[in-house]
Design a protein around this ligand. Structure first.
Ligand SMILES: [Zn+2]
Length: 270
């Protein structure tokens, strides 16, 4: 599942491949932008903020969000023939072509083309970005304060709320609760918010440059998480059977499309 680490890695790959190139064709396969054509514009840079991507092209910014299954893929172009995509064409939402490459956005949860000067309208809705290269103590304090502002919200729900801190998805939210020894339902006010932010940042930074995400430090298949997607299996720490469920009622409509399944160890997490 794409989380902040995946999105930042995607931005770096897209930037390395496209920055400085002139677009020779564009294809936006959503009704609102079906007639938009950015041919002739230059890709200046591709940046990530939290789980949001921005392809900055001329005065425009192509804003996308990968949600659950989305991805941006790069394909070389041979002469005039289109490259072979490894995902079905009907899942493509955006195609950006240069002389030598084709970048295809598949299953994008959000696809919006805005003026670059409007990017702030997205960023203002988000808390501090855990993978911000300029991250400092002030960001930890800010994110912790946002988490603590609604002390009754379950910790699992609070850390998924991108308005508190940006970059966490279901995998990290689930694993953070285990590593902090708290049940996903524990009210935020009954936890150490700053310690949660610190740990979240360490986990994302540790995985920033990896293609295999791990929260256990083990990169072997099936060994990369403590409890995520391990319901019914034994806790790696204490052997107790891991429980699974959904955490839903307090979820805000804005995040309703996110996977809310959660797992936990009833012995290690209190
Ligand atoms: Zn356990």
């Amino acid at each position: 599942m794409p989380e902040g680490d995946t999105v930042h890695r995607t931005a770096r790959g897209q930037h390395a491949a496209l920055a400085g190139s002139v677009l020779t064709g564009t294809d936006f396969r959503v009704p609102r932008f079906a007639t938009l054509d950015l041919t002739g514009e230059t890709v200046d840079e591709v940046v990530a903020f939290g789980k949001h991507l921005f392809h900055r092209v001329g005065e425009y910014s192509i804003h996308s969000h990968l949600r659950m299954e989305g991805s941006w893929q790069l394909y070389p172009r041979w002469a005039d023939a289109d490259a072979h995509w490894d995902r079905p064409a009907h899942l493509a939402r955006a195609v950006l072509r240069t002389e030598s490459l084709e970048s295809v956005g598949f299953e994008l949860g959000t696809l919006d083309v805005m003026l670059r000067t409007e990017e702030h309208t997205v960023r203002e809705r988000l808390g501090p970005d855990l993978l911000d290269p300029a991250w400092g103590q002030e960001h930890t304090v800010e994110a912790a304060a946002r988490l603590a502002a609604r002390p009754e919200v379950p910790v699992f729900v609070a850390v998924l709320d991108q308005a508190n801190l940006a970059g966490i998805g279901n995998v990290y939210a689930t694993e953070l609760c285990f590593l902090r020894g708290v049940l996903p339902t524990r009210p935020m006010g009954d936890t150490d918010a700053a310690a949660i932010v610190d740990l979240a940042r360490r986990l994302l930074v540790a995985n920033r440059d990896r293609t295999t995400r791990t929260t256990t430090g083990d990169l072997r298949r099936g060994q990369t998480t403590w409890v995520y997607r391990r319901a019914g299996q034994s806790c790696r720490r204490c052997g107790t059977t891991i429980h699974g469920g959904r955490l839903g009622p307090e979820v805000s409509p804005a995040h309703a499309e996110q996977d809310r399944s959660v797992t936990w160890c009833p012995h290690c997490q209190r």
